[in-house]
Design a protein around this ligand. Structure first.
Ligand SMILES: [Zn+2]
Length: 481
């Protein structure tokens, strides 16, 4: 190949020495080929997809991420081990030779399948299988991080309104203002007649739509706070063009969907901290005003919270495995059960203690008490009194419970923040708020103490969602809408 192109260049130049130069060219070209390592000749024809460096990336991490070796990665990009990486740099990925485009990563969302991902990214399904080492489509569970290739300057894709019962792909594409045949091609349909209801189709658009699920009347479904982790919060947001009743179920949790703005419903849930790591089906059901029900299942990965085991704790025997403990647990379960429909918080929460970093015990750690064989886990975040003893409301809410002198929780306060989200403050020395009071973020509500089942002064701060304790740090680190 190389010698031919050298020839052709010379051939176009008028020269009386043409015959001689042609001969020398052949000789030179043969010598060049003979001395070149085989790989370099090949490299001229090989394409590589490119990865765009993001802050925090290292060369060895990128090599590992894409199943390559550091040496291969350095060689193909003309780098050495001391090369600096800057965000925005582009690196060729040797393990994916033959593919093209920019590699992007995202978490698999509800409704994503090999077909829908390939339609949206316009990448070949075979390339997606290769880039992600997929052996079965069922491996595309929600929350898995996947690699997509995006051809540069290719149009942004948005989800088409799904086909209604009896509606053809032709009709739907005309309604969307699209050319039926090019839209069929974009969606890898050999024939527009093969369009199906409940299948997700994409069309070029100004704005990208994250929806992958074709449910008539439903525009967008987002599972938030991926990847899902044992003991953590999740949120499902559904945007619809018409009234729909939404039901969902995941690992024994059934979020309650509350209408926020017109067309937007939110359902919060909490994964139990003792849920085994693994994949679980997320089942969603949508019923429209005509009574048509659409059901959808997809696996979701629930990852480890990496919770540690505390040393066995010695506490007052009256607070472990007794009827008093049982009765108290039932009472607190009941008070956090109602899902009130008004969201009373907004944005990121404040720390309930004066020093947010004064953490003396994290959420989720596995515990046993007084050599009792039962496994407990730490249902909240323990904050010490490094800077002060004041306890504040972290977010807006309504005080729904004041409980003095509890066997386990000591002096405790319960605040309802709406949508099934509650906070509980335990072991207080004193309570400075009354039942029924509306609290503002940052309002003083109590004083840190060591009442109840406690081994020293601290605030046990707990966040319960639909009755399940979740990691409070999540709420202090990121805003839920
Ligand atoms: Zn605690």
């Amino acid at each position: 190949m190389v010698n031919l192109s050298i020839d052709m260049n010379d051939y176009t130049k008028p020269s009386s020495l043409f015959g001689q130069r042609f001969f020398i060219s052949i000789i030179v070209a043969i010598l060049v080929i003979a001395t070149l390592p085989f790989r370099d000749v090949n490299a001229q024809a090989t394409t590589y997809p490119e990865y765009v460096v993001v802050p925090g990336d290292t060369l060895s991490w990128i090599a590992l991420r894409f199943d390559s070796t550091l040496d291969e990665l350095l060689a193909v990009n003309g780098l050495d081990e001391n090369s600096m990486l800057r965000p925005g740099d582009r690196l060729k990925i040797p393990s994916l030779a033959g593919m093209q485009g920019i590699l992007t990563t995202e978490y698999v969302q509800l409704g994503s399948s090999l077909t829908s991902l390939s339609r949206r990214s316009q990448a070949e399904p075979a390339d997606l299988i290769r880039a992600n080492n997929l052996t079965s489509p069922s491996e595309l569970f929600i929350g898995r991080e996947i690699v997509l290739t995006q051809i540069e300057n290719s149009p942004i894709m948005t989800t088409m309104n799904s086909l209604r019962q009896g509606q053809s792909f032709l009709e739907a594409s005309i309604l969307a203002g699209q050319n039926t045949w090019s839209l069929a091609k974009t969606n890898r349909l050999e024939n527009p007649l093969l369009g199906l209801p409940m299948d997700t189709y994409y069309m070029p658009s100004e704005v990208e739509s994250p929806s992958n699920l074709a449910i008539p009347g439903v525009k967008e479904i987002v599972v938030d706070n991926l990847p899902l982790i044992q003991g953590d919060t999740f949120l499902i947001e559904v945007t619809s063009e018409e009234p729909v009743t939404v039901r969902a179920s995941l690992a024994g949790v059934e979020p309650v969907f509350i209408e926020m703005d017109e067309g937007l419903q939110m359902g919060y849930g909490g994964i139990n901290a003792l849920t085994e790591v693994g994949v679980y089906p997320l089942t969603m059901e949508f019923t429209n005003s005509e009574g048509d029900t659409y059901r959808f299942d997809q696996y979701v990965m629930i990852s480890s919270g990496n919770y540690v085991s505390d040393k066995p704790l010695q506490v007052d025997p009256a607070s472990v495995g007794t009827e008093a403990e049982q009765a108290e647990n039932v009472k607190f379960k009941e008070i956090v059960a109602p899902v009130t429909p008004v969201q009373q918080w907004s944005g990121l929460w404040y720390s309930p203690a004066q020093d947010a970093d004064c953490i003396i015990s994290s959420f989720g750690s596995r515990r046993t008490y007084n050599d009792d064989p039962r496994l407990y886990y730490h249902t909240g975040l323990d904050l010490g009194y490094c800077k002060g003893v004041d306890v504040y409301a972290p977010a807006g809410g309504t005080v729904v419970g004041i409980f003095p002198d509890q066997v386990v929780r000591g002096n405790a306060i319960v605040i309802d923040h709406g949508l099934g989200v509650y906070t509980i403050y335990m072991h207080l020395a004193s309570i400075l708020i009354e039942e029924g009071a509306k609290v503002e973020p940052g309002q003083l509500i109590g004083i840190i103490g060591t009442t109840g089942r406690s081994t020293g002064p601290h605030l046990h701060f707990e966040v319960d969602i639909l009755g399940t304790p979740v990691n409070p740090l999540t709420w202090l680190r990121r805003a839920f809408p």
